[in-house]
Design a protein around this ligand. Structure first.
Ligand SMILES: Nc1ncnc2c1ncn2[C@@H]1O[C@H](COP(=O)(O)OP(=O)(O)OP(=O)(O)O)[C@@H](O)[C@H]1O
Ligand SMILES: [Mg+2]
Length: 247
């Protein structure tokens, strides 16, 4: 049996609620959600359509705020941070792959990938060079100058992943990164996430598909805005111990 020290929590969610305001009053979506994710974990978030997965991911990505409850990201209480500090933390720590990719249609792939760096004050040529390196990493080096509508859906997914990597994030949040892909392309995308996780990047990924979730080491299931299941994908021989003793 291998004994590992406890890694630091990257994400701590405590008693979190999220209501959307609608014309007919508040609409509760997340209810009493608690979750801790440690550095280096690979977590699949599952659950039926409408169960609150994207709402939860948007909060993890600091794109939205909880109605109540705490979100501590890398030791910092997000609720206590102003807009600038949140944007800085997002820019330094997070890569987000959106459910619909959000690629800008009139921009070349390399400019799409380089976009998050515009806000970091990095010169244009350097941004493009870095973007081309990442496009090569996802197997799209020959398409750097293409527009998004000239490549396939699977290739667009890979561009979205390259863009999420551009700021060398410690945490990647991916909302349905294999949605609508054939099984071969999905497998390629998941191999890419697994390789990034082996490099030490923490990954939280939403999927509907049990086969895809098998790539993660932990599965969390939402139902009607609550976590109803949280368990390792496979029984592990690794046990975390606080003081080096076997637990
Ligand atoms: N901006 C909004 N205003 C009001 N209601 C919303 C808003 N965004 C989402 N909802 C509602 O909140 C619920 C959860 O939506 P969410 O997008 O988080 O679900 P999901 O689990 O990601 O679903 P899917 O698997 O279809 O992507 C749904 O009932 C949805 O209609
Ligand atoms: Mg969703």
């Amino acid at each position: 049996m291998t004994i590992l020290p406890i890694p630091a929590p990257v994400i701590e969610i405590l008693g979190l609620y999220k209501d959307y305001q609608t014309p007919v009053g508040p609409f509760p979506v997340l209810k009493e959600v608690n979750l801790i994710i440690h550095a280096g974990e690979f977590v699949a978030i599952m659950g039926p359509s409408g169960s609150g997965k994207s709402t939860f991911m948007n909060i993890l990505g600091c794109l939205d705020r909880p109605t109540s409850g705490a979100y501590v990201l890398e030791g910092q209480d997000v609720a206590q941070m102003d807009k600038d500090a949140t944007a800085r933390l997002r820019g330094q720590a997070l890569g987000f792959v959106f459910q619909g990719f959000n690629l800008l249609p009139r921009m070349s792939l390399e400019d799409n990938v380089a976009l998050p760096l515009v806000y970091c004050g990095i010169p244009k040529e350097e941004r493009r060079r870095h973007a081309r390196t990442l496009l090569a990493k996802v197997g799209l080096e020959d398409y750097a100058a293409s527009l998004p509508n000239r490549i396939s859906g699977g290739q667009q997914h890979r561009v979205a992943i390259a863009r999420a990597l551009v700021n060398t994030p410690r945490l990647i949040l991916a909302d349905e990164p294999t949605g609508n892909l054939d099984s071969h392309t999905s497998e390629e995308i998941m191999q890419l996430f697994s390789a990034l996780n082996r490099e030490g990047i923490t990954i939280v990924l939403v999927t509907h598909e049990p086969d895809i979730a098998l790539h993660a080491e932990r599965q969390v299931r939402f139902l009607d805005g609550r976590i109803v299941h949280d368990a390792p994908t496979h029984a592990s021989t690794h046990h975390f111990a606080a003081s080096g003793t076997v637990c």
